[in-house]
Design a protein around this ligand. Structure first.
Ligand SMILES: O=C(CO)[C@@H](O)[C@@H](O)COP(=O)(O)O
Length: 243
């Protein structure tokens, strides 16, 4: 029996309201960074129903309604689903990729945000099913290596989600290029997944351009490890400012 939002306690309802604000605001980042045309992209975030227990199969997700243009995506327009993809709250049908997002949340508890786009350069690499080689320090920073290719999968059931999980479960990359389809990205929250979507498009474009000039040079795997460790743990505000 699918529960409605009213069946959840006030703290969960409050968390859903906050997540609706976050996910609505992050959808605006997709056209802002040139990652989508029309409605061809979506963002979701997990809502913990028992924060003390941590992520679980009873969690919820907030995602956009299917086929609605980004200028109409207000917090109230966001749709709430359980991790089986059942509608919990909302007036419109959830994104057509909801099953994929939900599968990732069920099988990767560390994931709090999922993004899907058809951004041009990343999708061009997906069409050729070639991993983007780690030839930029920016790739080592964000992806920890090559950006992997996931299997061809039709939309509408768990196939895409299964392909994402099988590809990313043992990878440092927060992005997978699903063959003939396009990028899916993950993160501890939706903002991190949106960042990965921005970065995967940027490096896919740069490596493509480099390839037009010649063969890009590889980076020593030990250097990739060192760059990844620094960026993930020191970069930005993770360090004491020197005085
Ligand atoms: O690729 C597809 C459809 O084939 C979807 O990812 C894309 O159109 C976005 O769909 P939604 O508007 O989120 O249902």
């Amino acid at each position: 029996m699918t529960r409605t939002l009213d069946d959840h306690p006030a703290d969960v309802r409050d968390a859903v309201a906050r997540t609706r604000e976050v996910v609505a605001r992050l959808h605006a980042e997709l056209p802002r960074w040139g990652l989508v045309v029309w409605t061809a992209g979506n963002v979701s975030q997990r809502v913990l129903v028992d924060p003390e227990a941590g992520p679980g199969d009873d969690d919820l997700l907030v995602i956009k309604p299917s086929g609605v243009t980004y200028d109409e995506l207000t917090p109230e327009a966001m749709v709430v689903c359980d991790l089986d993809g059942n509608l919990v709250d909302g007036t419109r049908s959830p994104s057509s990729d909801t099953a994929a997002h939900a599968y990732v949340y069920r099988h990767m508890p560390e994931v709090g945000g999922v993004v899907h786009t058809h951004s041009t350069y990343a999708t061009a690499w997906a069409a050729r099913a070639e991993p983007v080689p780690c030839v930029l320090t920016m790739m080592a920073d964000e992806f920890g290596g090559d950006i992997p290719i996931g299997p061809f999968a039709l939309i509408g059931d768990d196939s895409i989600g299964r392909g994402i999980v099988e590809t990313l479960r043992d990878s440092r990359s927060p992005a997978v290029l699903m063959r003939n389809h396009g990028p899916f990205t993950i993160g501890p929250d939706a903002k991190a997944a949106v960042k990965a979507a921005v970065m995967v498009e940027e490096v896919a474009r740069t490596v493509h351009i480099s390839r037009q000039l010649g063969e890009p040079l590889p980076i020593d795997p030990a250097h990739i490890d060192s760059l990844y460790a620094r960026y993930q743990h020191v970069y930005g505000q993770n360090q004491e400012p020197t005085r």
